[in-house]
Design a protein around this ligand. Structure first.
Ligand code: ADP
Length: 682
């Protein structure tokens, strides 16, 4: 038992420190004389060992004008530790002044009386991490922009993934560094002897040094816990370790490691035992464990090493656990990965193509969807020049300027243009976005972005414009006639003519009906566009409804409405909407088959549907037109008819029937008449 030290000596602790890859230096006095600095710190500074013993601004003149001396002095004066992450320092390395980024800590080291005796300076060069984090932030904001516009690219994604992979590599290589740092932290007997020398080079008496170096390890920025091999009692543990496991110091004292951290025992006790039995170190990266931190179970990721510490006879006397909490890095990376996945889904679901042009070689890489849009064979070699050749002559300049401007201004572009696809397909409208990317010296490397085929929506815009002009035109006729009637009425108001008066009133009413119908169609259309066509279903007898509808036609007396078929059949449907469908069919028969004296209603039960039809004996409809009748805005040649509508009636009817779960159609033969029919589920 007496062979096991109760504590590690200050010499050992000093050696641990001097071997550490974590850059460490100690400064004293107002000039911040470099009392000692380990190899890692000398390497960061890019200087020679000979600077030890010099005031810091003499050793590193480039620090003049940077805030570090002031910060060090304030730590010495106030005893308040200063720490920073991703802090920029400009250092002269290999004769060149370069920017580096550090996580650093200036820690006030105090003697037992509480006086500050020196400043412990630890630093980790995080330049690579900082730059990749910057890139990640950039990616995140790009993602937001992409989601808003649905405009980002698979190639951007590929590039982003590459960046991410590089970032991951960097992250894993820095983790490897960390692991090897942790390995370095293990001391051999030889190193112990070396540490003795180092101790002697320091001009402090031994008692003071001992206190100092105990303090140094206690306050080291990586978690260290030393566990006795024979009984797993915790020998020593520093603050950083307490922070990782979320325990008070008292909870770790006079206990075995598994008494102190029982929730980790199931997983880690076997590993610890095997390190003790075999004497082989064990290290792990990004281990996820559930830790009870301050009473709350938390999922934590750690990198750690179990390092055996040996006796002279080579038996293992203790295990040194060195650990770093990497939860933040792991979570940040996962967030970026999730964001990438979302971006990919968004791009796929939007049928978006993506492209990337290499500015040096003119090579153009495009996604499958973009190949389809351009009518290019899959995998064919493409160049930016060849792609610009497909752009319609009137748009070439616009597109190539957009790309040039994007390179110069570093802004993204968004442009619409026509292309003539390579495979000879009809011209297409494209909407393309793009953004230039630069190397680390700011030289443009490539331009990449998205593209989407907007031919349909452009055609639809055109249709809409046409429709608006037709609608205005159609409204103008009844408004003019109403105005004329009102002017005449106005003129004769003092002395109304009994013959003309009723005619004028009738003309006004007809015009008003026409206006109401047109407005009703427009309202129905906009309701349908907004998905607001709601059904209010009741049970009713179809024949009953047919007998009551279309009284305006019966009153006019030009057509006879004849009901045939099942007079009892009932349906559950929106009676008002079904009535609207019938009225539209009858009105069409009146308009387009004016000489059909008789208009027939037929009601029959077909399977589990009710089939209702409206038949006329008019001119019929040409077969090539039949399939278009139910399309929005479709009208056959309207010139022959006084009262043609907006080409909306049958379209709206089809929507109403579709909403009911029924079918709609027409049978017609030129010269014989037309039968418009629909079904409703029973
Ligand atoms: P509109 O409001 O223009 O009448 P519809 O959608 O109701 O629009 O009808 C579309 C087209 O179908 C009409 O323009 C007309 O050419 C044709 N049509 C509809 N019903 C008949 C019919 N009974 N006989 C001949 N043509 C018809």
């Amino acid at each position: 038992m007496s062979n096991y030290p109760s504590h590690f000596s200050s010499d050992l602790l000093l050696t641990i420190l001097s071997q550490a890859k974590t850059a460490t230096a100690i400064h004293s006095t107002d000039e911040m004389i470099i009392e000692t600095a380990n190899d890692a710190m000398i390497a960061i500074w890019g200087k020679e060992k000979s600077i030890i013993g010099k005031p810091i601004e003499e050793a590193l003149p480039e620090l003049k004008g940077q805030p570090f001396l002031g910060l060090l002095q304030s730590v010495l004066h106030t005893g308040q530790t200063i720490a920073g992450s991703d802090t920029r320092a400009d250092l002269m390395v290999d004769g060149e002044l370069k920017a580096f980024y550090f996580d650093f800590e200036y820690r006030a080291i105090k003697n037992d009386a509480g006086e500050v005796i020196c400043v412990l300076h630890t630093a980790t060069d995080v330049t690579a991490r900082y730059l990749s984090r910057q890139r990640e932030l950039e990616l995140e904001s790009e993602l937001q922009a992409a989601n808003e516009e649905l405009a980002a690219t698979n190639e951007e994604l590929a590039a982003a993934n590459e960046e991410l992979a590089a970032a991951n590599e960097e992250m894993s290589s820095s983790n490897e560094e960390l692991a090897s740092t942790l390995e370095e932290l293990t001391v051999t007997n030889e190193e112990l002897a070396e540490s003795q020398e180092i101790l002697q080079t320091l001009n402090y008496n031994l008692a003071e040094s001992e206190a100092r170096f105990r303090a140094v390890v206690t306050q080291a920025p990586v978690g260290v816990c030393i566990i006795r091999a024979n009984d797993l009692m915790i020998q020593d543990v520093n603050d950083a370790y307490l922070k990782v496991v979320g325990r008070e110091r008292a909870a770790m004292q006079n206990r075995t490691i598994w008494q102190a951290v029982p929730e980790a025992a199931a997983t880690y006790a076997p590993i610890m035992n095997s390190v003790i039995n075999t004497g082989v170190a064990y290290s792990a990266k990004e281990h996820e464990l559930q830790l009870l931190r301050n009473g709350v179970t938390r999922s934590v990721f750690v990198n750690f090493v179990y390092e055996p510490v040996r006796f002279e006879d080579n038996s293992v006397k203790a295990v040194m656990v060195v650990t770093v909490d990497v939860t933040e890095q792991v979570e940040a990376r996962r967030q970026v990965e999730a964001a990438e996945e979302m971006l990919r889904l968004a791009i796929d679901s939007a049928n978006m193509g993506t492209w990337m042009a290499d500015l040096a070689t003119d090579k153009l890489i495009i996604s499958k969807q973009a190949e389809k849009i351009h009518g290019v064979a899959h995998g064919a070699e493409m160049t930016l020049t060849a792609a610009l050749n497909l752009v319609a002559a009137e748009h070439v300049e616009k597109v190539s300027n957009a790309i040039k401007q994007a390179v110069i201004t570093k802004n993204s572009f968004d442009t619409e243009y026509i292309i003539n696809p390579m495979d000879g397909a009809k011209p297409r409208w494209l909407k393309a976005t793009g953004k230039a990317y630069y190397d680390d010296r700011g030289r443009p490397v490539n331009v990449s972005g998205t593209m989407i085929d907007i031919t349909e929506s452009k055609a639809y815009d055109q249709q809409k414009d046409d429709f608006i002009s037709i609608a205005s035109h159609e409204l103008k006729t009844p408004v003019t006639s109403l105005k004329a009637a009102l002017q005449l009425l106005d003129r004769m108001k003092a002395n109304p003519s009994p013959q003309v008066l009723p005619k004028l009133i009738e003309q006004s009413n007809r015009s008003m009906d026409k206006i109401s119908t047109l407005i009703e169609d427009l309202l129905n259309l906009s309701r349908m566009n907004e998905g607001q066509l709601k059904l209010d279903k009741t049970k009713f007898t179809i024949a009953h409804m047919l007998n009551q509808c279309c009284n305006h036609v019966r009153v006019a007396g030009k057509h006879e409405l004849i009901l045939q078929g099942d007079e009892e059949l009932e349906v559950m449907a929106d009676e008002h909407r079904v009535d609207q469908v019938i009225v539209n069919m009858v009105n069409n028969a009146v308009k387009y088959a004016p000489n059909s004296k008789q208009i027939f209603f037929n009601v029959e039960k077909l399977g589990n549907t009710a089939r209702i039809s409206v038949r006329d004996t008019g001119p019929g409809i040409a077969p090539d037109k039949l399939s278009h009748l139910f399309e929005r805005y479709y009208r056959t040649d309207a010139s022959g008819y006084q009262n043609s509508g907006l080409g909306l009636g049958l379209y709206i009817s089809a929507e109403i029937i579709r909403k009911h779960g029924g079918e709609i159609g027409v049978d017609s033969e030129l010269g014989k008449g037309s039968t418009f029919w629909f079904t409703l589920p029973l």
